[in-house]
Design a protein around this ligand. Structure first.
Ligand code: HEM
Length: 403
């Protein structure tokens, strides 16, 4: 039972593209993760992914960016703007949860503060599942907390959301409503596809919960790291600040560069489905694992040069994506990447419309709201999950001088 740790970008990239290695990162989080997309392999994975991929289309992304996100973003930001300050982590939880719930297909019919708080509490508990393997907390207590959160999610959010979609799909099948009247979200896609709709309800409920997590948790941490890195950049380049605050290309590149330096999952792990010989690692048995250290691979000087550790949104990475391996590659490559960070402008593409991604859009809104460091409250790192993320990041918003 050996674990081989890989820190080189080239080797990590090649390993994640192999079809004979399967997911091994979430064994400890089985209570939620066992049958969700990121843990499936081979034909089972392809069936589920192709059903869900129907929602991850350019026209649907544009619909969300132009129609759904701006409303949700303004509604979520309004009370923080009025208060003149916020905690980017707390704001990130609320906004990302709302955006991802829309995309996943989890209805919040009341739109009340109590309802948002209830779903947020569920999400915070479920968020402990992927890190059960690295947590410093009491594992049995955390498992009980996750189970209670799943039951609450099922009763209050999943069952009503599913029932509403099933009724709409029945109306559509009977010709009472058209294709355009169906919600464009993951849950509808799953229920509309016979192969996925036939899976046990418990599995589909956990898939929906996992989507909320995969979309919201990752993006929350990336957003906070990006705000921190950008404010640091402004402090070091005060002459650029006035112009760069409103520069969408800069903010998007900053989000990509932040993703490289702060992968939401610092490592990912695989195990062979059968004994295999791997160049550079030797012979591996199914009981062995390979850990790809994404944090180290993304700072590999062989790929990113001698300044690999530095935050530089203007860095030229040639053919390598600026976000490195942070969204994975191969069969499990992140299905929501474009939704989160969009696509960079094409050379010679002029002002053609492109997808910006939810994180750059939120950054643009925060920059326009004059986000700046809180002069009295210092940000704090998370010391519980075992991941190097911010636990709290107080800032000021609105009128006022920047420190
Ligand atoms: C900053 C934001 C995000 C980051 C850093 C991120 C990162 C990742 C990574 C590293 C993987 C691959 C895991 C592996 O290979 O073991 C992954 C997979 C996945 N991501 Fe994301 N993600 C982000 C946003 C999103 C969003 C917005 C969604 C959905 C709305 C999403 C849904 C998924 C799903 C469903 C998978 C599993 C894909 C599969 O196994 O086929 N992610 N993500």
């Amino acid at each position: 039972m050996a674990d081989h740790v890989v820190t080189s970008y080239a080797q990590g990239d090649a390993l994640l593209k192999r079809g004979d290695l399967r997911q091994a990162l979430y064994d400890a989080g089985a209570i939620l993760m066992e049958r969700v997309l990121v843990n499936l392999h081979g034909a089972e994975h392809r069936t589920r992914r192709s059903a869900e991929a129907r929602v991850f289309r350019r026209d649907i992304f544009r619909h969300y960016e132009t129609t759904v996100f701006p409303v949700t973003l303004d509604q979520t930001l309004a009370p923080h703007l009025a208060a003149g300050e916020t905690d980017i982590c707390a704001f990130g939880y609320a906004v990302m949860m709302n955006l991802t719930a829309d995309f996943t297909g989890i209805d919040r019919p009341e739109r009340s503060a109590e309802e948002t708080a209830a779903l947020l509490a569920i999400l915070r508990s479920l968020g402990k599942a992927p890190t059960l393997g690295t947590t410093t907390g009491d594992r049995d207590a955390i498992r009980a907390e996750i189970d209670a959160a799943l039951r609450a999610f099922d009763a209050r959010f999943y069952q009503p959301s599913k029932a509403r979609r099933q009724a709409l799909l029945a109306d559509h099948a009977a010709g009472r409503i058209g294709e355009d009247d169906l919600p464009r979200d993951v849950l509808t896609a799953i229920l509309e596809t016979p192969a996925t709709a036939a899976e046990p309800d418990e599995v589909l409920m956990k898939e929906a919960a996992f989507f909320l997590l995969a979309g919201a948790f990752t993006s929350i941490h990336s957003l906070t790291h990006a705000v921190h890195r950008i404010l640091e950049w402004f402090a070091a380049h005060p002459g650029d600040e006035a112009q760069l605050r409103g520069d969408l290309d800069f903010l998007q590149r900053a989000a990509w560069e932040t993703a490289r330096l702060h992968p939401s999952s610092p490592v990912t792990r695989r195990r062979p489905v059968a004994p295999v010989e791997i160049e550079g690692l030797g012979r591996l048995e199914p009981s062995d694992t390979v850990t790809v250290n994404l944090m180290a691979a993304n700072r590999d000087p062989a790929r990113f040069g001698p300044t690999a550790d530095a935050f530089d949104p203007f860095r030229d990475t040639g053919g390598t994506p600026l976000y490195g391996l942070s969204f994975g590659v191969g069969a499990h490559a992140c299905i929501g990447r474009q939704l989160a960070i969009g696509v960079l402008p094409r050379e010679g593409g002029g002002d053609e419309p492109r997808q910006l991604g939810s994180i750059p859009l939120i950054l643009a809104r925060l920059m326009a709201a004059n986000v700046r460091p809180h002069p009295e409250q210092a940000p704090q790192m998370d010391t519980v999950s075992g991941r190097p993320n911010w636990a709290s990041y107080p800032v000021l918003l609105g009128e006022g001088p920047r420190p």
